[in-house]
Ligand binder design. Structure first.
Ligand code: AMP
Length: 281
């Protein structure tokens, strides 16, 4: 397995692979890999000849008071996991080589980025869209896999690829949960044992709402949202949002919506967790 640390070397190598007819696949991550990430890697593996995993804690998607400095890292363990899952190349650049000091070009998606996480993290998706564009250019990938854990992010990336005619296929892989049903996330590492236990309320209340949605449709959606909010607050969580939006375009639900994204962001202690369920009718 090759480890590449500079954008120049990544692009040179990728162009060489492309020239020899190889199809390149990419799984972008911020590292501290868990089984959610590994499911993306396994999904990508049969889709390409050369599988690249990028490990980059992207500073431009973190707001001023967020967790950039304490974001968990374990590069050695990440490498071992990638090797075991037949990854061909890890691209792990330092922030200084990814962004020139006078970097001033951004990719901004202006519609899907507004609701949900966009409200409390106003520059987040600009950072995501920009770094993903850079990663696509550097790796020359023809296919990339993203997780539905970050459902809004996946919709934005698909929209960006469509709107800017990027020659890449985007695959969205299912959300992977731990045995206690908590959505796997590198940020779960921040939770104390008791916070972790309390945080189970997010997935449990979402999954029971999913059940009701499948049975009864969206007619009781406001009641379901209220139930989730009450459950999270009672368990000691602080809600950022609990919202149900159209699963295709993140517009408010209408009688015609054939897909519902029910999404939560909530704090347990100082850790912000996100989770969602997607119901298609
Ligand atoms: P991150 O390292 O958190 O930026 O995530 C990198 C990629 O892994 C993103 O496409 C995420 O949506 C995906 N991912 C993270 N956690 C999960 C999970 N529990 N299930 C599925 N995909 C995930």
């Amino acid at each position: 397995m090759k480890i590449i640390n500079t954008p120049e070397e990544m692009q040179r190598q990728a162009l060489e692979w492309r020239k020899s007819g190889k199809k390149i696949g990419l799984v972008p991550t911020m590292g501290f890999l868990h089984d959610g990430h590994m499911s993306l890697i396994d999904r990508a593996r049969p889709e390409c000849d050369i599988l690249i995993v990028s490990i980059f804690v992207n500073p431009t998607q973190f707001g001023p008071n967020e967790d950039l400095d304490k974001y968990p890292r374990d590069f050695k363990r990440d490498c071992e996991q990638c090797e075991a899952h037949k990854v061909d190349c890890i691209f792990a650049p330092a922030p200084e080589v990814m962004y020139a000091p006078d970097h001033s070009t951004w990719v901004v998606e202006e519609k899907l980025s507004r609701p949900l996480c966009g409200k409390s993290r106003p520059i987040h998706f600009r950072g995501v869209a920009t770094v993903v564009t850079k990663l696509f250019n550097l790796t020359q990938a023809e296919v990339a896999v993203f997780g539905r854990k970050d459902a809004q992010q996946a919709l934005i990336i698909k929209r960006m690829v469509r709107d800017l005619n990027m020659p890449i296929e985007i695959i969205v892989a299912p959300l992977v949960r731990d045995t206690d049903l908590v959505a796997m996330s590198s940020r779960n590492r921040y939770l104390s044992e008791s916070e972790r236990k309390s945080a189970q309320v997010i997935s449990r209340s979402l999954l029971s709402a999913e059940d009701e949605l499948r049975r009864n449709g969206i007619k009781d959606i406001e009641e379901l949202i209220l139930k989730i909010k009450t459950a999270i607050t009672s368990a000691g969580g602080r809600i950022d949002y609990v919202e149900a939006l159209d699963g295709y375009n993140l517009e408010p639900l209408t009688g015609k919506s054939s897909s519902v994204l029910l999404a939560v962001a909530a704090y347990f202690g100082t850790t912000r967790l996100i989770d969602n369920v997607l119901v298609d009718f």
